[in-house]
Design a protein around this ligand. Structure first.
Ligand code: PEP
Ligand code: MN
Length: 277
């Protein structure tokens, strides 16, 4: 681990410090936050209904993708600007801060006007021009770990954003590609623990993309809480079977309600186990 530390200038944890990223009245780091919402924004109706439900269950932040990085060019690519307008409306209606992924450096500046947090997706974790552009904004940046990236590479991506003068970075473990085909990715729980030891940045977990399987999302969320994750990102849809992307890993609003209650209960227990979370 010493080798990684040499490259960490701005995110390195010194004397047990912990960074807190604040959006609206939500604090990320040093507590437990839950980000929830659909993989993709499909319509105003779909997002607002899902947003109301996750808010009622106690979600802190609303998610929704509008620039979708899809494996096939023939799959739904996202609503772009129309989707951003819907996301902004849902933010106003619910009062929740909102997050979306931006995939192209040319879209960072104007898209950031619509959201509270910008997401760097797994496929773009090593897109250095994108990271630099994100570093020039005043919005917090959530960096997903690339599916083919080491922990060290992930932390260096955070340094890219920090080095441009943006101090608000959140890390997100979302599973890596291994030889195991039964799950969509392999969730690297130790990656969460390592990132929290080496850096002062908040580290959250995304068991939806890490597993790709609805039935595994709750248990891997609880496992993430147990290793000290500062929060969760969960895909939720009012009707997962109708979701235009990632339906197999998407929870119903009812399943999310159960998950968030269990996660918060476990978090309280874990806070009693480890002083230094
Ligand atoms: C997403 O959050 O919908 C997404 C595409 O995630 P990832 O970049 O982790 O695949
Ligand atoms: Mn998704």
């Amino acid at each position: 681990m010493d080798k990684i530390l040499k490259n960490l200038r701005l995110s390195k944890r010194v004397d047990g410090d912990r960074k807190v990223v604040t959006v609206k009245n939500c604090k990320i780091g040093g507590g437990f936050v839950v980000i929830a919402g659909p993989c993709s924004i499909e319509s105003e109706d779909q997002l607002c209904e899902t947003a109301d439900a996750v808010k009622k269950s106690g979600a802190d932040i609303l998610r929704g993708g509008v620039f979708k990085p899809r494996t096939s060019p023939y799959d739904f690519q996202g609503l772009g600007l129309v989707g951003l307008k819907i996301l902004k409306k849902a933010a106003e209606q619910t009062g929740l801060p909102v997050i979306t992924e931006v995939t192209d450096p040319r879209n960072v500046e104007w898209a950031s006007e619509y959201v509270d947090i910008l997401q760097v997706g797994a496929r773009n974790m090593s897109n250095f021009p994108l990271l630099k552009e994100m570093g020039k904004t005043k919005k917090p940046i959530l960096i997903k770990r690339g599916m083919n990236s080491t922990i060290s590479e992930w932390l260096n991506s955070a340094e890219y954003v920090l080095n441009e003068g943006n101090p608000d970075v959140i890390l997100c473990e979302r599973g890596i590609r291994t030889f195991e085909p039964l799950t969509r990715n392999t969730m690297d729980l130790s990656g969460i623990a390592v990132a929290k030891r080496l850096t002062n940045l908040p580290v959250i977990a995304d068991p939806s993309h890490a597993t790709g399987i609805r039935d595994l999302v709750e248990i891997m969320s609880l496992a993430s809480v147990a290793v000290g994750a500062d929060g969760l990102m969960i895909e939720v849809h009012r009707n997962p079977e109708e979701a235009k992307s990632d339906k197999d890993q998407t929870l119903t609003c009812g399943q999310f309600d159960t998950l968030i209650k269990k996660a918060r209960t476990l978090r309280k227990l874990v806070e009693g186990f480890y002083e230094d979370l």
